[in-house]
Design a protein around this ligand. Structure first.
Ligand code: PRP
Length: 181
């Protein structure tokens, strides 16, 4: 099968993603020039974004990973945020930037921000490629946003449906018949 056959339309092209990453990388490089920040990549969706983003930055950045899950294989948030893999380092006194593919209900980032406050991070910021504002359930404000997206089922460039479509090089809207079956 071809993944692209399941895509209704391309929402953000490869060229647009490249442009977004350039702008975010430039802003982050300026803001964190002398801070040696820890970029905490929230698995798995944000991996493609992280790797493209940091390659556009010419300042020291540490990379760490956390695996947090709130969705399972379905399309509705359960509101249940579980830590599946924690960091290997202490964030006490460090400047932390969460790297996310999408902020949707906001539950994941709200939980992570609270957790990192208790771990005494010096500062905590959020950098998300996509912001699905319409779906917010808790008040989470991202500091760096690639672009906002409508309340549609988006996949690709790290985002999945039932673990599929992450390797599409663009962000697309899934055909409804794929998740309605
Ligand atoms: C997605 C995404 C965020 C979270 C955002 O992850 O990567 O972590 O959901 O949703 P929220 O704002 O409603 O909490 P998911 O749990 O689907 O895991 P994945 O990245 O491994 O696909």
């Amino acid at each position: 099968m071809r993944l692209s056959d399941d895509i209704e339309k391309v929402l953000i092209s490869e060229e647009q993603l490249e442009q977004i990453n350039e702008e975010l990388a430039a802003q982050l490089s300026k803001d964190y020039a002398d801070k040696n920040p820890i970029f905490v990549c929230v698995l798995k969706g944000a991996v493609l974004f992280l790797t493209d983003l940091v390659r556009k930055m010419d300042i020291p950045v540490e990379i760490e990973f956390m695996d947090v899950s709130s969705y399972g294989d379905g399309i509705k948030s359960s509101g249940d945020v579980k830590i599946l893999k924690d960091l290997d380092v202490s964030v006490a006194g460090r400047d932390v930037v969460f790297i996310e593919d999408i902020v949707d209900t906001g539950l994941t980032l709200a939980a992570l921000t609270e957790l990192f406050k208790t771990r005494n991070a010096k500062s905590i910021k959020i950098c998300t490629l996509l912001d699905k504002k319409e779906n917010r359930q808790v008040n989470v404000k991202s500091d760096y946003i690639g672009t906002t997206v409508p309340n549609e089922f988006v996949v690709g460039y790290g985002l999945d449906y039932a673990e599929k479509y992450r390797n599409l090089p663009y962000i697309g809207v899934l055909k409804p018949e794929i998740y309605q079956n």
